[in-house]
Ligand binder design. Structure first.
Ligand code: ADP
Ligand code: MG
Length: 391
């Protein structure tokens, strides 16, 4: 990644808005990151976390209170929006209702002084790119998906270096959204244009983006590819916002290499990944364990494996104990929910003060190993799959 040229540098950007009380509200709080050329970059976070404000500063619709934005190495301060090599696609499409599809796409070019003939040629090419051929229709005669395509063509026709997309699929229904996600990702790859895509939908960000910046309350908490953010979240907020997570609270007892041992109380010591150097021994911490990393086996009888073989419960426990990275705890199943691809179990353990959700995949061979509510069960998971979070 770092070998790639940088398209956008965001340096210590702060944006404050005045409030009615005469004070100021910090919508973007000292944000810094780089976006590489040709990258599909997503800004992800809950409503109000500052995504749109950040995008508007890149586009030039809003000035930072402090900090600097560089586009292809050039400082953007005092450069008006129409002189920046970027274009924005808005969630509400913002099409001109009285103009045809073709006129909507041509309009910007004509304003820039491009000849009508040339503008028409380029508009047609852009509309081909988004696979729309209803040139003469008005926006209200189009479906939501088609209007989105016009908005996209109107941005692409300027051949921007960077395309900014602010929740562009937010107004579409689920099925159409999925289709457009796929098409947008393909289009981005073909065109090689840098995309900055804003969304509050984690699945959308994960399915499309090369890298994701997770934001909360004006700050960027973590930046990385989807798998990195999912597997090694750096904070409780990120772990919670992306996918489903179990949190186990305790006190950090000791650290050795990349692992930490967390005292959960009830004589339970759990091993987990400890990669954050700011976490110190003795501190209250949280372990994040994804439900699909937790597995179950019974406390009596035999354990059936996916390959059809079996072992006694005691033998299986002993085998797991030989692996120093495996955490193994006995609990009680308090909830069971069959959902086709897998079954979700809730298991309470340690004087019932801890509970985790485990998702056990339904392999055909082990479909006879199900757990009933009220049944004791052994749960286990690999320490390497569960990071310790300090905040
Ligand atoms: P997001 O796009 O992540 O939902 P925004 O960037 O739109 O969030 O807004 C971030 C915060 O800044 C919100 O609390 C919002 O109310 C506030 N905000 C945005 N624009 C303005 C403005 N022009 N004046 C005052 N407050 C604003
Ligand atoms: Mg927004």
């Amino acid at each position: 990644m770092s070998a790639q040229p940088v398209d956008i540098e965001i340096k210590n950007i702060i944006k404050e808005f005045p409030t009615k009380g005469g004070e100021s509200f910090r919508a973007v709080d000292n944000v810094s990151f780089n976006i590489y050329r040709g990258e599909f970059f997503a800004m992800l976070g809950p409503s109000g976390c500052g995504k749109t404000t950040t995008l508007r500063m890149i586009a030039g619709f809003e000035d930072p209170t402090s900090g600097e934005i560089l586009l292809r190495g050039k400082a953007m301060q005092n450069v008006p929006p129409f002189h920046r090599p970027v274009n924005t696609v808005f969630q509400d499409f913002a099409l001109f209702p009285h103009m045809s599809v073709l006129q909507n796409v041509m309009f910007g070019l004509e304003m820039k002084g491009v000849s009508k003939l040339e503008a028409r040629k380029r508009a047609q090419k852009a509309l081909e790119m988004v696979r729309l051929n209803q040139y003469d229709r008005r926006p209200r005669q189009l479906s939501g998906g088609q209007q989105q395509r016009v908005a996209l063509a109107r941005a692409l026709v300027n051949e921007p270096a960077v395309l900014l997309l602010d929740e562009p699929l937010g107004a579409l229904d689920l099925k159409l959204r999925k289709e457009m996600q796929f098409e947008l990702a393909q289009m981005q790859e073909q065109l090689g244009i840098t995309f900055i895509f804003v969304t509050h939908d984690q699945e959308e960000a994960m399915s499309m983006a090369d890298r994701i910046a997770v934001m909360d309350r004006g700050k960027v908490l973590q930046i990385g590819p989807a798998d990195q953010i999912y597997e090694t979240p750096n904070s409780r907020f990120v772990a919670d916002f992306i996918g489903e997570t179990n949190f186990l609270s305790g006190r950090l007892d000791r650290v050795e290499d990349q692992f930490g041992w967390v005292d959960l109380g009830d004589n339970l010591m759990v091993k987990a990944l400890c990669n954050d150097p700011s976490i110190t021994v003795g501190q209250e911490v949280t372990i994040a364990v994804r439900p699909e990393k937790i597995n179950l086996f019974p406390t009596v009888g035999v354990v059936k494996f996916d390959n059809g073989s079996t072992a006694t419960v005691e033998d299986n426990k002993a085998a797991l104990r030989r692996d120093p990275d495996i955490n193994q705890v006995e609990g009680i199943v308090t909830y069971s929910n069959y959902i086709g691809t897998d079954t979700r179990y809730m298991v309470n353990f340690g004087s019932a003060s801890h509970s985790v959700v485990a998702r056990v995949q339904n392999f055909g061979l082990r479909s006879d190993t199900t757990f009933q509510v009220g049944q004791p069960a052994n749960i286990f998971w690999d320490a390497e799959t569960a990071p310790i979070l300090g905040h």
